[in-house]
Design a protein around this ligand. Structure first.
Ligand code: ATP
Ligand code: MG
Ligand code: MG
Ligand code: MG
Length: 472
């Protein structure tokens, strides 16, 4: 079947609409009501109010396609076929309404029915929790799956500490021997670390309450929470080697090819660079369109890290100038129908990114020169530890997030003196505290002083943030 990513997203929403679900729009990536969460990282994250009973939804059946950001997978991004920092999660939810049987049967119907996705059932296998006989039996008896394709795995339990928790079942697509055929490979099974059995869908059965004393009691109202990565299912449908060759990424990569004069598909290293750039572009574009801005802390720090990481990879394909802002229109073109907000804010997003890129480029070469001279010094001393004071200097004066320095030096076998870096950060916080106290007491003497801004030596990016009015 030939389907675009937009078709797949729509099919998912339509399928569950037919099953009595209400379609919820994708919520902002910036959590509104949840201070524990940096980014919305799944479909259920925006529906917590229903799951914990604070709000009763009009319809207990909900379906959505939710923008999500995860940084826990960042090391994988560009290197595995399936991980992103920004991705879309397709999910259907039951708030105390239907449970395991419908969730499993509908999931199967959506994936295998010719009317919908039409996957060959032979390619699918599932994992369940070892004690979840109920799910096992539904897969075996209702769906009719061979027992050898129902695997019991201990990790299939979803638990975030106190609150609703329960077993889950995951659905895998076997992409065939060309993605792994070594019978000795201990990771070659659905749920193992491999590229062959692709985890596409996770169905969570939240049926217990995890109590403060670490006991579990059955919930009076059981919920369903599922999540399927759009990029992954599209990858399978479009038959591409990784998610990145699908229509969700390729136009971005093609634009990067044009800018760099290099070709995607020629070398593994260069391909990784293209992938990282395309991935990080989507993340930053969507995050900025939802109101986040690069800065030195929290969400802003994540964006800063991603942009600077993209700059590092861009060097590998010969790009030495600000360019990422030029990719924003590609992202908005791909997404405009479902996420018009990106197109609407395109110029603003471009300016934010351009400013941030320019700022980093101003100090990039000096920073890199320092980086290599420090490594040379340390090597001569017989050390491969990068001193914390230098990590701090690179961060504070040259705008290298610690994680970026770490990645740069890892290639040369270096590690970071974490403790030293932590001490420097603490000292900086101390200095900031003292400076604040000083200004406060000055303001008592003369209120006018509070409005005077003294441009001092460059001491880090947050200071510039205030003056970063956007200029094209
Ligand atoms: P994986 O084991 O591949 O890292 P996961 O088990 O951590 O995935 P879940 O938390 O179960 O993922 O999320 C539900 C679904 O969302 C996954 O089955 C997958 O399709 C998709 N997904 C999760 N993390 C990512 C990611 N970093 N990039 C793209 N898709 C993702
Ligand atoms: Mg993961
Ligand atoms: Mg998994
Ligand atoms: Mg999972």
């Amino acid at each position: 079947k030939s389907l675009t990513s937009a078709d797949v997203r729509q099919l998912f929403l339509d399928f569950f609409k037919e099953k009595g679900h209400s379609v919820e729009p994708s919520a902002s990536l910036v959590p509104h009501e949840d201070p524990t969460l940096l980014w919305i990282n799944s479909g259920v994250a925006t529906l917590k109010k229903y799951f914990d009973g604070r709000v009763t939804p009009e319809n207990p059946r909900i379906v959505n396609a939710q923008k999500s950001i995860r940084t826990n997978d960042i090391e994988n991004v560009g290197f595995t076929a399936r991980h992103h920092t920004f991705f879309e999660m397709l999910g259907n939810f039951s708030i105390g309404d239907y449970f395991k049987e419908e969730a499993i049967e509908w999931g199967w119907e959506f994936l295998t029915s010719e009317k919908w996705i039409g996957f060959d059932p032979e390619k699918l296998s599932v994992t369940v929790h070892p004690q979840d006989d109920e799910a096992y039996e539904i897969w075996r008896d209702k769906v009719g799956l061979d027992e050898e394709r129902i695997i019991r795995i201990e990790e299939n339990f979803w638990d975030i500490g106190e609150g609703p928790s329960g077993p889950n079942t995951e659905i895998f697509y076997d992409r065939g021997e060309e993605f792994g055929n070594d019978p000795q490979d201990p990771e070659l099974y659905p749920g193992g670390e491999n590229e062959r059995y692709l985890e596409i869908w996770n169905l969570v059965f939240s049926q217990f309450n995890h109590n403060p004393d670490d006991t579990y009691t059955p919930l009076p109202k059981k919920n369903i929470d599922t999540g399927m990565g759009l990029e992954r299912i599209v990858c399978v449908i479009q038959g591409t080697k990784t998610n990145f060759e699908t229509d969700l990424f390729m136009p971005i990569i093609e634009k990067a090819e044009q800018i760099s004069g290099r070709k995607y598909g020629n070398s593994t290293d260069e391909d990784s660079a293209f992938k990282v750039i395309a991935d990080h572009m989507r993340t930053v574009t969507f995050a900025v369109s939802d109101g986040a801005l690069p800065s030195n802390e929290g969400r802003g720090y994540v964006l800063r890290r991603l942009l600077r990481r993209a700059v590092r990879f861009a060097k590998q394909i010969g790009i030495d100038q600000p360019f990422m802002y030029k990719l924003v229109p590609e992202v908005s073109k791909i997404m405009v129908d479902f996420y018009p907000e990106v197109k609407e804010k395109e110029a603003f997003i471009q300016n934010v990114i351009k400013t941030e890129e320019e700022r980093f480029h101003e100090t990039l070469n000096d920073g890199l020169a320092i980086l290599s001279s420090i490594m040379k010094q340390e090597t001569e001393k017989g050390s491969n530890v990068f001193p914390g004071t230098e990590v701090f200097r690179l961060y504070d004066t040259y705008g290298f997030p610690k994680e970026l320095t770490e990645e740069y030096i890892a290639d040369a076998g270096f590690t970071i003196d974490e403790e030293g870096f932590r001490l420097e950060m603490e000292k900086q916080r101390e200095r900031a505290r003292n400076a604040r106290q000083k200004t406060d007491s000055m303001q008592i003497q003369d209120g006018v002083l509070g409005d005077v801004h003294v441009e001092s030596e460059f001491v880090g990016y947050d200071n510039l943030q205030a003056t970063s009015t956007i200029v094209e």
